[in-house]
Design a protein around this ligand. Sequence first.
Ligand code: ADP
Ligand code: MG
Length: 704
Amino acid sequence: MYRDRSHILDTPVEYLKGVGPRRAEIFRSELDIRNFSDLLEFFPFRYVDRSKYYTVSQIRGDMPYVQIKGRISGITLHGKQRTSRMTATLSDETGSIELVWFRGFKWLKDKFRNDREYVVFGKPVPFGRSYSIAHPEIEPYEDTKTAVSSGLQPVYNSTEKLRSKGLDSRGTGKLMKTLLPLVKEHIPETLPKSVTEPLRLISRSEALQYIHFPVNNDLLQKARARLKFEELFFLQLNLLRHRQLRMEKSQGFLFTRIGNQFNEFYHQGLSFELTNAQKRVLREIRRDTLSGKQMNRLLQGDVGSGKTIVAVMSMLMALDNGFQASLMAPTEILAFQHYESVRSMLEGSGVEVALLTGTTKTGEKKRVLKGLTDGSIDIIIGTHALIEDMVEFDRLGLVVIDEQHRFGVAQRAKLWSKSDTPPHILVMTATPIPRTLAMTLYGDLDVSVIDELPPGRKPVKTIHQYDNNRLKVFGFMRKQIEQGRQVYVVYPLIQESEKLDLKDLTDGYESIVREFPAPQYNVSIVHGKMKPADKDYEMQRFVSGQTNIMVATTVIEVGIDVPNASVMVIESAERFGLSQLHQLRGRVGRGAEQSYCILMSKYELSADARKRLEVMVESNDGFRIAETDLRLRGPGDIQGTKQSGILDLKIADIAQDGQILKFARAQAKTLLNEDPHLSRPENLTVKKRIHELFRDKLFWSRIS
Ligand code: ADP
Ligand code: MG
């Protein structure tokens, strides 16, 4: 009936005995299951231990499934026809519960014998003073003793619609029982021996069998390991292959010279020694820009780790080789700050630096655009106004993007397309991403990490205070201000309740102005609803030290650099995510003085919120915080991952399976090194599989 191996797995699921067109349609619409192969890869999400028996007295309402041994009595039919149901009582030595059927019970009615023990399996729900199980699975105890099945029973996800067609966990399980014997002999191995043998992975066919019907826990774990590995392996292989293809195709400008601009800045412009991490990253960038290929590098570094200097020095490399460079920031304020600081760093060097944002005045804009086209401007700093179509460059060689996650995919793509040879790209992010996640999300980019803070930094002291201690906090702020320091007070801003938050902010502002009255104190306020000009004015007053306190929403989250600010008070800290808290804390601790971060919260906290605040108090390490964040929230919620779809994994879990992921990536790398085009006969199955899996997923369009 089936002509070759691949055919049977491609069979539409409709043709599996017990499915048919209606259920097939529901499978497709609910779970995107279309053929045998899809169904086979619909894995149980957990297992119930059928070797364990509960007594009636042990049952609690929150138990998912229980298995009880007992006698069945009191079978009763209620109502007529449509409303009818059947009930029975299950009893053991410790008590009794009700069993109930709403349909399909006629043939059951006379089946139970009262001299026999039965094993009843199902989900208990509270019913009167006891419990009830609807549509339980029932088997004579005698039979279970001889059955060969293991104790572990798979549980499949279901939905309301699936259930209405009988495709609850049990229904799906039955289909698997029909499917597996049919396809077992025809499941091709997808991994080469060079991978499975050293890692002692079981075959794909065995794994698929044991994942659905685990014979014992050991084989189940082997099946899971194999399937997780496989999933991550192909994900990594695909990413690495795209990187390789891009490298093969791409042309890159050559920055062969290290010239005057770079050297002068390095020897005279810097008022400090670069950290080893900064030096290492600069070497990595140098290597990339000498390779003849386009650089696509992600630079991760915690707040305050000194990414800006790396950006500036990379741009000077471009300049020394006759190219222009640009630096893009996600906000006007940040762009302006970068502009100011880069300009002052390069004072007197002859480097022409310009600023272009959405609010640049027409006349100035014209001048800038002309300067970019005729090459008289060397470094352009701005917001995404830079990517607008009108901007043309004479010889753009390097683009640095700060705070990468705020820029969309499309925006970056646009930048690339501006010239035949694309500029080198350096993306900087201060949101540390756990290594495992980075390997997946940015698996096709090269990643550099600045994992070292400039020397002499005192770690920010973080303190958690409940709201009722506010007066104490005010007192502390006063002391710091007396010592000449400045203070941030930040309020959450959550889109849905913007009005409420704005009220919190203005109330907060008023109470702070009362506590810190003029003329002795000056207070700035900045929030998203203000006109950009007012915002800039207020910000500027704080940056220049005219105001002591900055009351703000999270607009100040990114990048703002006021080394004299030593206190960050975060109001309603329980409402912030971990990475945001860490970002905010990064606004202080930039000078030589001891800095403080005070997390204010209400008294009643959810377990997760408490954990977040605890981690903040304990650790200053952005990577550790990111790991915790990943564990608390799962990868699906980490910034930017949702829309990417990359993390729609069937069985692997980036947060849990970091170790497997590392193996998988390493193996994928080895394989590609040995056989770059997967053309060796033993790797053809791999090639085929990758095409099957990623045929219609162009997620590498993110970067090319
Ligand atoms: P971020 O990585 O958060 O963008 P910045 O580049 O703004 O960090 O640097 C934070 C501060 O540290 C700046 O004031 C910068 O001048 C200073 N800095 C950077 N590198 C060093 C270094 N190697 N030694 C001392 N200070 C440094
Ligand atoms: Mg920065």
